[in-house]
Design a protein around this ligand. Structure first.
Ligand code: PLP
Length: 401
């Protein structure tokens, strides 16, 4: 008789569970549009050329050892990551007002940031957009924050519910933390315009709301690293505090290397250094210190002009391919005369399209067409190719009509 007999089976993760179901399907035409990972036109995972070059450099460097990194990770990686998101000429970076620590990709950065805020920030409530990435509520509540939502998406327009957003943030308690997707909102693909970001900033600063940016797709939305960082830079430019979680999973294709960074922008170098000392207290009992390989790859690329340039070219190619898939899917639905307005497919940005398909329609597409996606109708455009667009369009047409 086992002492674990009472343990009941937990449900699959709603996003990762899609891949589990996909893997079990023997159909040759099956298509996985669930997971947020880039695929080539051939449907294959992609290791960036520039990543291979950096790894070659690391292998050739005989002086490299496998010693522990410090608790905060690789110092050069941290500095370069801050410059990447805030801009090389950012006063906050130049004045050493940013505490940056290397974390386990985007998720780990969010978790460390949330744990720090739960211990050291006076307001314990965090507002997250409705809807948002499914892991957000769990990360924040397990960190000790209380999670509330603000209106974000309007199903009627398949666009931003800007008025709802302003109303909900406007009635949030003073000092509340607000989770913002820096760009390419997941799952909706709907972002505020720059003018709307400025209005959000003004409202948030007037109410002393604390911005907590999740930047999982820098460069993936527009193809430009600077353009996709504009929302964050707008907030940092006014001199007040903010928190930013960065991931290199998508934009460098380093998914399984788990490389990311948490930055806390402070008002002085002295405060930043005290904040960093407390981040170390959070990190040490969780995993002691982060892994060395992924951060070394990133540092290699960010420090070298030529490699950095090559990265921007490869990144733009990924972003452009995703945009092409949007246009191809839109045209394919037009050709089939699928009822409804599908222009949101080309208006939404980033890795995902929030199709507007309901869970019943999704179930039909899975059962009859072997197409896998989350039940909220979110499809990963990065998992599509010119070869598979017609199959998806057929399935969507069948599900609608
Ligand atoms: N935040 C958002 C909005 C995401 O979509 C993802 C990944 O899908 C993450 C964070 C975290 O990704 P990772 O932990 O792999 O960097």
């Amino acid at each position: 008789d086992s002492v674990f007999n009472h343990v009941v089976r937990a449900p699959e993760d709603p996003i990762l569970g899609v891949t589990v179901a996909y893997n079990k399907d023997p159909s040759p035409v099956k298509l996985n549009l669930g997971v947020g990972a880039y695929r080539t036109e051939e449907g294959k995972p992609l290791v960036l050329n520039v990543v291979k070059k950096a790894e070659q450099q690391l292998v050739n460097d005989r002086s490299r050892v496998k010693e522990y990194l410090p608790i905060v990770g690789l110092a050069e990686f941290n500095k370069l990551s801050a410059k990447l998101i805030f801009g090389a000429d950012s006063p906050a970076v130049l004045e050493n007002r940013v505490a940056t620590v290397q974390c386990l990709s985007g998720t780990g950065s969010l978790r460390i940031g949330a744990e720090f805020l739960a211990r050291h920030y006076h307001q314990k409530v965090i507002y997250i957009p409705q809807p948002t990435w499914g892991n957000h509520p769990k990360v924040f509540s397990l960190s000790g924050l209380s999670v509330k939502t603000y209106r974000y998406y309007d199903p009627a327009t398949r666009g931003l519910d800007f008025r709802g957003l302003l109303e909900d943030l406007g009635s949030a308690p003073s000092g509340a933390i607000v989770l913002l997707h820096a760009c390419a909102h997941n799952p909706t693909g709907v972002d505020p315009s720059l003018q709307q970001w400025e209005q959000i900033r003004k409202l948030m600063r007037s109410k002393r709301l604390m911005p907590f940016f999740d930047s999982a797709y820098q460069g993936f939305a527009s193809g430009s690293l600077d353009e996709d960082a504009q929302s964050v830079r707008l907030f940092v430019a006014d001199g007040s505090e903010c928190v930013v979680a960065q991931s290199y999973a998508k934009n460098m294709g380093l998914y399984g290397e788990r490389v990311g960074a948490l930055s806390i922008v402070c008002k002085s170098a002295d405060i930043a250094s005290r904040v960093e000392s407390q981040l170390k207290i959070v990190i040490r009992p969780m995993y002691s210190n982060p892994p060395i390989h992924g951060a070394s790859i990133v540092a290699c690329i960010l420090r070298d002009r030529q490699l950095y340039h090559e990265w921007t070219v490869e990144l733009k190619a990924m972003a452009d391919r995703i945009i092409r898939m949007r246009h191809q899917l839109y045209s394919a639905l037009q050709e089939r005369g699928t009822p409804g307005d599908w222009s949101h497919i080309i208006k939404q940005i980033g890795m995902f399209t929030f199709t507007g398909l309901n869970s019943k329609q999704v179930a039909l597409m899975t059962a009859e067409f072997h197409i896998y996606m989350t039940s909220d109708g979110r499809i990963s455009m990065a998992g599509l190719s010119s070869a598979t667009v017609p199959h998806l369009a057929d399935a969507m047409h069948a599900a609608i009509t």
